[in-house]
Design a protein around this ligand. Structure first.
Ligand code: F3S
Length: 665
């Protein structure tokens, strides 16, 4: 049997480990990316590791999410990040250049590379045949040291796309259809590899909508072949020399196959409050819509916005709707402006926002009380838009524009009728603006060594977890339900995002919207355990969802299942992720029960731990779904302590070797 594209890229970066799905493999990482609201902890960790310069081929620090600057905190963060990047040999993408994923795929990504990004939508880059993996910030700091990174060898699922999308039907419909079939937790441990004549016909930004939002299935990543469409995209970026054809073998072996016929897709909507709650748009109850947002890294390519503009052309945003648009990159904005589409949007009464994430993660444009918000972004969790009683629906840009006109759910065809066919003519530009003057290149090594890192008062030290102890006798500080997201644990908004470099302050708001008393309760308890349901920690990669509970004394999370990136973040930050062996035990535990674990350090390597519920008087068993390497990290008290030990060990070996060599001479 032949090889999948995923397997070929993994093999070309292989260092050690097993290539059997579910087992641990170690890989070289070519590129990393970070963004402003997650990155301060990453660079503080990199500083603490003590290397003089990053050891990746290319690392980029994007200042792109929180550009509102409501007080001094975010500018403090940006100044710190810019100076840290200069010090350690990292590119900076300045505010206004664009959202990390859109800029990275356009200006840095290349087929066959592996990147790790401190953001769950890093798989966006899979659109050009790259293997792009979203991880927590501590993992990005580790990848920047050049050490091989652990990855659970994925199952590879082949998604065969046949046919063509009809006009008015967007790549968003493909990923919503995937979510409908696979669900938000069905993708765990999988890479989705797209092939077929339907895949070949999609342009790179359409592919990126799919790979980007593959994160919502809990997948490791998603990828398309590097073919003619990728060549055209890189040529339009003035980077054809970075192109190389990379395809799966014709008889490639896959673990599973999914087939989607694109001709049969119709406009869809993900209804509140999960991205897999997908329905045909025509079946969504026609309630009044209060807000429409066309934006995010997922769905604001040139063609996306141009099609939305054609739906709006000669019409006006309904007087009951607040409609805004934030385009993902400066180069796309300029192309749309050049071709007259921004005029069409503005003539229709749509408000243009900064080139940034903004409303996608509740930084501005919060919906009204009980407001219905229709968005082209990728998440519709409760509170994701900043208001937990708002209801978010996810749709394509064409449907969002039609909804803005009608004031209730509508498709492009509802507005344009037979004229919807004109949307088929919209293609990506043959040449994009290639002006990189909003990128700051790394300094030469000697100059970089002189750079002083600037720390405003908002930059507080990175908290380092304690090493676990043998005996644990602690209360349950929270019993959470299913599908708790990292937004529930660490809320997003302009205000909260600006606290992320200040853990003592931010931890006071841990679980703020889910259980406002949690932070105080956990603090009073001193040390505690959190109990969770299915898919605990889904959603954004933000490691603050691990750091804040750790800072509040949480030692373990015991859940029915834990989302991939969050599990890694817990391990990295010294919280032991545990899974109920019998999920029925979840029902028997109550919040504030006292749990006891004896000989914890002896039980951890066995990957099975007996827990005694002192309050209810019963024992239950939990599993540690951790690799040998992760067990070592847990026993070391987190990734920072582990990595320092590893690097010190390396240094020691190098010194010994040098000594031996000198003695020989
Ligand atoms: Fe930003 Fe939203 Fe994408 S927060 S990186 S636009 S998912």
């Amino acid at each position: 049997m032949g090889k999948s594209l995923t397997r070929k890229i993994i093999e070309s970066h292989y260092v050690s480990g097993s290539m059997i799905p579910g087992e641990e493999v170690f890989l070289y990482i070519d590129q990393t990316l970070t963004h402003d609201i997650n990155a301060v902890m990453t660079y503080l960790a990199f500083e603490a590791i003590g290397l003089d310069r990053v050891r990746t081929e290319c690392s980029v620090s994007y200042l792109d999410h929180n550009l509102l600057y409501v007080d001094h905190k975010t500018p403090d963060d940006h100044i710190y990040l810019q100076s840290a990047a200069r010090r350690y040999g990292v590119y900076v993408s300045r505010p206004g250049n664009g959202i990390c994923h859109a800029v990275h795929v356009a200006r840095f990504g290349a087929p066959g590379k592996i990147s790790m990004g401190g953001d769950s939508h890093t798989p966006h880059g899979g659109a050009i045949g790259m293997l792009c993996i979203g991880v927590g910030g501590m993992d990005v700091a580790t990848a920047m040291t050049g050490v091989p990174m652990r990855l659970k060898m994925p199952r590879v699922v082949n998604v065969v796309l046949h046919g063509r999308l009809r006009p008015g039907v967007n790549a968003k419909e493909i990923i919503l259809e995937m979510l409908r079939r696979v669900t938000i937790k069905g993708g765990l441990g999988n890479v989705y590899e797209y092939t077929g004549d339907g895949a070949a016909a999609l342009e790179v930004p359409e592919r990126a909508t799919i790979t980007n939002m593959g994160a919502e299935m809990g997948a490791t990543t998603s990828i398309f072949p590097s073919d003619d469409a990728v060549r055209r995209f890189l040529r339009a970026q003035g980077r054809e020399t970075d192109y190389r054809e990379l395809l799966p073998d014709e008889n490639a072996e896959y673990d599973e196959q999914i087939v989607i016929n694109l001709d049969q897709l119709e406009p869809l909507a993900a209804c509140p409050h999960q991205p897999d709650n997908v329905k045909p748009l025509r079946e969504v109850e026609k309630k009044p819509v209060q807000q429409v947002f066309i934006g995010s890294c997922t769905n604001t390519s040139y063609a996306d916005v141009a099609k939305a503009a054609l739906v709006l052309q000669g019409r006006h945003v309904n007087e009951t709707v607040s409609c805004t648009c934030a385009i993902a990159s400066r180069q796309t904005y300029k192309a749309l402006m050049h071709d007259g589409y921004i005029d069409m949007l503005m003539d229709a009464g749509l408000r243009m926002l900064e080139i940034a994430c903004g409303p996608c993660c509740a930084i501005g444009q919060t919906p009204a009380t009980e407001g219905i918000a229709v968005r082209t972004s990728n998440r519709n969790f409760k509170g994701r838009a900043g208001n937990p009683n708002a209801k978010i629906y996810l749709v394509s840009p064409e449907s969002a524009a039609a909804t803005a006109v009608m004031g209730t759910f509508a498709s492009a065809e509802d507005i344009l009728g037979a004229d919807v066919a004109k949307l088929a003519g919209i293609r990506e530009p043959e040449v994009y603006d290639q002006n990189d003057n909003m990128l700051i290149a790394p300094l030469p090594e000697e100059e970089a060594a002189q750079v002083e890192i600037v720390r405003g008062p908002n930059i507080r030290p990175l908290p380092v977890p304690e090493v676990p102890e043998q005996e644990l006798h602690v209360p349950v500080s929270l019993k959470a339900g299913d599908n708790v997201s990292t937004d529930d644990i660490t809320p997003a908004s302009a205000e909260f995002s600006s606290m992320r470099s200040n853990i003592p302050m931010m931890s006071k708001f841990c679980y703020h919207r889910y259980d406002p008393e949690f932070a105080e309760r956990a603090k009073v308890m001193g040390r505690s355990i959190i109990v969770g349901g299915e898919n605990y920690g889904q959603g954004s990669s933000r490691e603050h969802a691990a750091i804040n509970p750790m800072y509040l004394g949480v030692k373990c999370v015991i859940a029915k299942s834990i989302a991939r990136i969050h599990k890694g973040n817990l391990v990295n930050h010294g919280i032991i992720p545990m899974l109920f062996e019998d999920p029925a035990d979840y029902e028997r535990i109550c919040q504030e029960d006292i749990l006891e674990i004896h000989h914890l350090l002896d039980q951890i390597p066995e990957k099975r731990v007996i827990v005694h519920d002192v309050t209810q008087g019963f024992d239950f068993t939990v599993r540690l779904d951790l690799s040998e390497n992760e067990i070592e990290v847990v026993l070391s008290g987190g990734q920072l302590r582990f990595l320092k030990k590893q690097l010190d060990g390396q240094k020691h070996t190098e010194v010994q070797k040098e000594k031996a060599q000198k003695e020989k001479e």
